[in-house]
Design a protein around this ligand. Structure first.
Ligand code: BGC
Length: 732
């Protein structure tokens, strides 16, 4: 199959595509079945260099052309050595793809992706990934297993920290930005890396939030909720996608033909490469859909998957499967062509060593401008959850006491998935505060990580707080209880941190809370007892200074939640775009309306919520026309005024409700958003353009279409704080 019309073309300079194609074709003509299978075989370096024998086995597999890509290689020397073996020792000299999980920075660790999404500023994520790619490429990598674009509304799932939260619209905007950031303008530039949108698909919907669990979503939910950020990634030219671990329609993703062949490669015309997740080809056996390794390899390749990450069923079984006529050589060639094309796009055939340059590496890592960008990203990601009595910002002259072991932990400042980030490079909140104030700040850990307290630890904390004008309690999650394989059934503060906070609020010293977390937490008690809460997530290498600048008012917080915070874990999954049900209970009167008897339906802090040290007022939501026909566009404009005393940034959120559809439509869905920076007293008109495609959904005819009828266009400060609504008619 020719790949010449690929969207990936946007990453190749003129003319190179044909050259790559002909090189790939000539290689394919000369390859044996074993060499072809080798291109689909991905080996982990980290897990095999443990013993000398295993290391030697990997070396000889590479030299024999049985390996097409690597993951988890860390030091540059190992990467160069293995690339030399592939290029100089293997018969055809095909260079390796060298992949790594660069999830929120390489050495310069940025805030976790969920935090970045709280900025509602996709440019920030693009900048972060540009820097991450520059560093990763300087360290010998040409491929990152990011961005994770799984939409999730279940904070029990530890991996929500890797994504952009609950909205397919916000998620798609960040997916596009991240792909652009990693892949740059030209993939053959030595400071770009191949991106990988993952995990295809619907991994964010694991039942009960339990890691690696079953997924059971309707086609409508798949289409409307889970696929949009993947489609956005493909439109942005992403070079690779990764299979999910889970089933869809009871079929494991890596062997599920319908989403892979029909949607991804059919409807979306994806011409990049599809890699499995870790051993997920083989795990079809555990899922009970493949009898053995041979069956697993056959099903995965037939379904449209290509690279086998770490299960080695393809290298072992595929040549015979082709010889026995169970997999066609055409399909194998298509898979190998995709891998080789990506190698060509990266410029690896011209110079396989372009990513190994010690000097470049030493100059690039943690460069001042990278740290600066990480600090800005951290500041932009902070969400002021509440600020009663304007308790924040703090007065720099005040005696501040700092309580909480998380404030002093480099590892937790960085967050999960920061392999090459070094805790000692992270500026903790404690260090950041002391540097900002230029004095020592009284500090007590108060609890042992993740949350154990003793009478003594609480007493010491109370004593420290009592002597101060204000106490900043840094509480929340360690990195370790977030990320992969870190699902929780309780999403309150871990351990007995609550006891510590309750003891602090008993003192006469005012308390403010700084929350570090990788997921929305159920903290209604905290919201009741502490007037000011600043959510700083896991803020990355420059987290400390960013927190200090925000606590003391040098930066005005402007982040908004990309994911709802529930009152209790019993409410999840929870999201702003819920369906009305037949008994919405809008009148607040009927007992037989959808709901709980012991908790509200609404979240504690809603999607889109975020306060500021200033206030914004919205007037005059206007639509440029009250009715459009299919194919027409209109503009929605709102006037925003900064009515407070300091300059700040607002995130203006537009929502939509389709009043009558062939399927029940959400009570509101994010439609679009804009950020606007305003001085105190300044006013600006904020406009978004709405096309009929923005009103489309997966209709009862199983197609994306906007159905004629009435729509409410809303503008608000958050999903639960809508200020103005206008009616729009889509004409027949
Ligand atoms: C994760 C992937 C990751 C891969 C390689 C898997 O366990 O699910 O997201 O890219 O490991 O490290």
């Amino acid at each position: 199959m020719p790949l010449s019309d690929s969207r990936l073309d946007q990453y190749v300079v003129d003319g190179r595509r044909a050259e790559i194609q002909s090189h790939v074709d000539s290689l394919l003509d000369t390859m044996t079945l074993e060499e072809k299978a080798g291109q689909l075989n991905q080996r982990s370096v980290h897990f095999v260099t443990g013993t000398e024998d295993e290391g030697e086995e990997l070396e000889s597999a590479v030299a024999d052309g049985e390996v097409g890509s690597l993951l988890n290689a860390t030091d540059l020397e190992t990467k160069r050595h293995l690339q030399e073996l592939a290029v100089e020792e293997s018969r055809l000299g095909i260079p390796l793809l060298i992949g790594f999980d660069v999830i929120h920075g390489y050495e310069t660790i940025f805030p976790i992706p969920l935090a970045q999404a709280a900025s509602w500023n996709p440019d920030l994520a693009e900048r972060a990934e540009r820097i991450a790619a520059t560093e990763a490429a300087a360290a010998g990598h040409n491929w990152t297993f990011a961005p994770m674009v799984d939409v999730s509304r279940d904070p029990r799932w530890g991996r929500v920290m890797e994504g952009a939260g609950e909205s397919p619209v916000l998620g798609s905007a960040f997916a596009r930005a991240r792909v652009r950031g990693f892949q740059g303008d030209d993939l053959s530039d030595p400071d770009t890396v191949l991106a990988c949108a993952k995990h295809f698909a619907a991994y964010g919907a694991v039942e009960g939030g339990r890691e690696y669990n079953t997924v059971d979503v309707s086609e409508t939910a798949l289409r409307e909720r889970h696929l949009p950020p993947f489609e956005a990634s493909v439109e942005a030219g992403v070079g690779s996608l990764m299979n999910a671990f889970n089933v869809h329609e009871r079929i494991p993703a890596s062997g599920n033909e319908s989403p892979l062949n029909d949607v991804l490669k059919g409807e979306w015309d994806f011409s990049g490469v599809l890699v499995s997740d870790w051993a997920s080809f083989r795990e079809q056996i555990q899922h009970g859909t493949a009898e053995n390794r041979r069956d697993a390899a056959r099903k995965a390749i037939q379904a449209g998957s290509e690279i086998d990450m770490a299960s080695e069923v393809v290298i072992d079984e595929l040549p015979d499967l082709v010889r026995d006529g169970e997999v066609s050589e055409d399909r194998l060639d298509d898979a190998v062509r995709r891998v080789l094309t990506v190698k060509g796009l990266l410029g690896l055939f011209e110079d396989p060593y372009r990513y190994f340059d010690e000097e470049r590496r030493d100059e690039t890592m943690l460069a001042d401008k990278h740290r600066q960008a990480a600090r800005e990203a951290a500041r932009e990601s902070f969400v002021l959850l509440q600020n009663e009595d304007d308790r924040l910002p703090l007065d720099p002259e005040a005696d501040v006491a700092l309580i909480g072991a998380l404030a002093d932990s480099g590892e937790d400042t960085l967050g999960a998935w920061s392999f090459e980030g070094r805790p000692e490079d992270a500026i903790t909140i404690r260090d950041g505060l002391e540097a900002f104030l230029d004095r020592e700040v009284p500090f007590t850990p108060g609890y042992e990580l993740p949350g154990d307290v003793t009478e003594e630890s609480i007493e010491a904390a109370v004593e420290t707080a009592t002597d101060a004008d204000v106490a900043a309690a840094v509480v929340g999650e360690t990195a370790e209880i977030t990320g992969e394989a870190a699902s929780r059934t309780e999403i309150d503060l871990p351990g007995e941190q609550r006891r510590l906070v309750e003891a602090l609020v008993e003192t006469d010293t005012p308390v403010v809370a700084v929350l570090m977390n990788g997921r929305p937490l159920a903290i209604d008690w905290l919201a009741e007892s502490v007037p000011a809460i600043l959510d700083v997530w896991h803020p990355g290498v420059e987290g400390g200074p960013a927190v200090a600048e925000t606590l003391f008012g040098e930066h005005v917080p402007a982040g908004h939640l990309p994911m709802s915070f529930p009152y209790s874990v019993g409410q999840v999954p929870l999201a702003h775009d819920r369906l009305p049900t037949g008994r919405p209970g809008d009148d607040g009167e009927s007992a037989y309306a959808t709901g709980y008897i012991d908790a509200p339906n609404e979240p504690l802090f809603a999607f889109g919520h975020g306060e500021s040290y200033t206030d914004f007022a919205y007037t005059d939501l206007t639509l440029s026309t009250a009715a459009i026909e299919s194919g027409e566009t209109l503009e929605a404009t709102v006037t925003v005024e900064n009515v407070g005393d300091v300059a700040g940034r607002d995130v203006v959120q537009f929502y939509v409700r389709d009043l009558v559809g062939s399927r029940s439509r959400p009570v509101k869905e994010l439609l679009d958003f804009e950020t606007v920076d305003l001085d105190a007293g300044e006013t600006a008109a904020v406009t978004v353009t709405i096309e009929d495609v923005d009103l489309a959904f997966w209709t009862v005819d199983r197609e994306w279409a906007a159905e004629p009828g009435a729509f409410d266009i809303m503008v608000g400060h958050a999903a639960d704080d809508i200020v103005h609504t206008q009616r729009l008619e889509l004409l027949d």
